[in-house]
Write a protein that binds this ligand. Structure first.
Ligand code: AMP
Ligand code: MG
Length: 341
């Protein structure tokens, strides 16, 4: 299949490209689209055949459900059985934006989308280009991250091309993603709201709206063998570059001393900022604030592969605020290999 590349920076000016993407989606095709979190691989969420093609294109295990994207709050009751007060409160606070809510699904959502669960994940993205394409399609859009399963999520169109060229009808280049990590996922399908995946909307912000929010065990520690995950995606070794990643917990000085003391080839460091000037190994920088780290992390992981890194020592991000999302992703890239310095 030939994959067309559509450049859209301003949905008004590039209206024709937006329309082309929407026509492909209405015809049951696949289009990689920019969102504020990461690029998504979009298809008609109401068409089981189109949604099934997402799994094929990504090599995604069929038991890992998709997030359904809407572009108006009024579309929510069309896909979920009921809208609890808590969902309305969260929507008012954070939609459009990088928050996904798990709610009881309606029949219109095919089993292939929800991976057989009776709940569906819903998000209302804020990216002007992604939202314009969804609006133009007139459909709820199923869209997981637009990477091959197992590799870090793409935060720019070039990485989508790398993974999906020849596998999808189109890739829309809307520039780099601002958030850089996938949406916060919270389930409202149980008595107590529970954070299933941390993201740019923080636990602290969710608690500010809902009061109490539980945090799933798999957010900050490794899912134990034999335990059924609350969110199927948790059990997959996501976000992993080819290199082995080891997280080092300690001060900047301890980090530099430890990394400089290591011997072997293709050892890289993943640092935050100024501390890297002391490193005698090649390094990439994630940034000093959790927001910068979130925005850069996946691109750093992909770049480390490009550079042939075999072993990567990474600074350990803080676990609060947006840092919780950064920690969750990098800890999973490291298969929770964390060394205290
Ligand atoms: P991705 O689109 O690649 O970010 O993956 C979507 C994430 O949302 C996966 O980790 C899924 O496990 C999670 N998810 C989607 N639908 C549900 C659901 N109904 N219940 C729990 N988690 C879900
Ligand atoms: Mg994904």
């Amino acid at each position: 299949m030939e994959t067309i590349l559509l450049r859209v920076r301003d949905p008004q000016q590039d209206r024709e490209a937006v329309q082309r993407a929407a026509v492909i989606l209405r015809g049951g095709g696949l289009v990689a689209i920019p969102t504020e979190t990461v690029y998504g691989l979009a298809a008609n969420a109401l068409d089981p055949a189109a949604a099934a093609r997402i799994f094929q294109a990504k090599n995604r295990p069929p038991d890992n459900p998709l997030i359904v994207h809407i572009e108006a709050l009024g579309d929510l009751p069309k896909i979920v059985r009921y809208v609890p007060h808590k969902a309305i409160d969260l929507a008012e606070a954070f939609w459009p934006g990088p928050l996904t809510m798990i709610l009881p699904k309606r029949e219109v959502i095919p089993d292939v989308v929800s991976a057989g669960l009776d709940t569906v994940a819903v998000r209302f993205p804020s990216h002007p280009v992604g939202a314009a394409i969804i609006r133009e399609s007139g459909l709820p859009i199923a869209a997981p991250s637009a990477n091959l399963a197992g590799s870090p999520s793409p935060t720019n169109a070039r990485r989508c091309v790398e993974d999906l060229s020849g596998r999808v009808e189109a890739i829309v280049d809307g520039g780099p993603c601002q958030v850089g990590v996938e949406s916060t996922v919270i389930t409202l399908a149980e008595d107590t709201p529970r954070l299933l995946r941390p993201g740019f909307i923080t636990l602290e912000q969710l608690c500010g709206v809902l009061g109490d929010v539980a945090v799933d065990n798999a957010v900050l520690s490794k899912l134990e063998e034999g335990v059924k995950p609350s969110s199927p995606g948790m059990k997959y070794k996501h976000y992993a570059p080819k290199a082995r990643v080891v997280l080092l917990e300690g001060s900047a000085e301890e980090f530099v001393r430890f990394v400089n003391g290591q011997h072997g080839k293709n050892i890289w460091a993943l640092a935050f900022g100024p501390e890297a000037s002391g490193l005698k190994k090649p390094y990439l920088l994630m940034g000093e604030t959790p927001e910068e780290q979130a925005q850069r992390l996946f691109e750093c992981l992909r770049e480390l592969d490009d550079r042939g890194a075999e072993l990567v020592y990474a600074r350990c991000p803080k676990k609060t605020g947006v840092g919780m999302a950064v920690f969750n992703r990098i800890a999973r890239a490291a298969a929770f290999t964390i060394q205290k310095l």
